[in-house]
Design a protein around this ligand. Structure first.
Ligand SMILES: [Zn+2]
Length: 207
């Protein structure tokens, strides 16, 4: 199962699965559209809920072979201030076992630790962690970055410039404070933050 780009010379590259197209970026899909013979790029570009790969700066020069080898589930985690967190969260499924016994395991849904329903145990206060998840495009061709909650993975997008600037600053601050050694690269963090986009048009069913 999957969505593919197919070239005349027989090369086939996976772009995603059922509209989750996080092998390929939207700009790459536009670039390869004319070369696609019988693949699904055209349909996925027209599908407004398609989730594309976030344009990570280190992948700007990737060719088809690099695109094919990407990890579509790659995300970048960072911390935002609690006031920037969305209110909406999904429950999380956890496995519970009878103490000192390998059997009697059951699954239970617990509230997301960042939701209002969470009960804090002792000093286990959760951090307001989010992840860069991908991009969606509206009918005017404008991108919005899709983020998700770091715990329950509920996706959301940003509304308006104030939220956008808040997330950009949070990302750069997080990089400056928590990343050290060879991985520290302020220019990379600035470039990532610049590529965040807020929704311009009212969004439909998907954030
Ligand atoms: Zn959550």
């Amino acid at each position: 199962m999957g969505d593919y780009l197919r070239l005349e010379n027989g090369v086939t590259v996976k772009i995603g699965t059922a509209g989750d197209d996080r092998y390929m970026r939207h700009d790459e899909a536009l670039q390869y559209l004319a070369l696609d013979i019988g693949g699904q790029i055209d349909g996925n570009l027209k599908y407004r809920d398609a989730l594309w790969r976030f344009p990570y700066p280190g992948e700007d020069r990737d060719g088809l072979m690099e695109i094919a080898q990407r990890n579509m589930f790659h995300v970048i985690t960072f911390k935002v201030s609690t006031r920037l967190l969305p209110d909406d969260h999904d429950p999380i499924c956890v496995s519970v076992h009878a103490v000192n016994d390998q059997g009697f395991g059951i699954n239970r849904l617990i509230p997301c630790p960042l939701s209002k329903d969470d009960k804090v145990y002792a000093t286990n206060v959760p951090s307001p962690i989010v992840q860069i998840y991908g991009e969606r495009y509206d009918e005017a061709g404008e991108a919005r970055t899709v983020f998700c909650c770091g715990y329950c993975e509920k996706p959301f997008s940003l509304q308006g410039d104030e939220e956008l600037e808040g997330f950009r600053k949070a990302f750069m601050d997080f990089h400056a404070e928590y990343i050290s050694g060879e991985r520290k690269c302020p220019e990379w963090a600035i470039e990532i933050a610049k590529r965040f986009r807020a929704a311009r048009l009212p969004i439909g069913a998907s954030p």
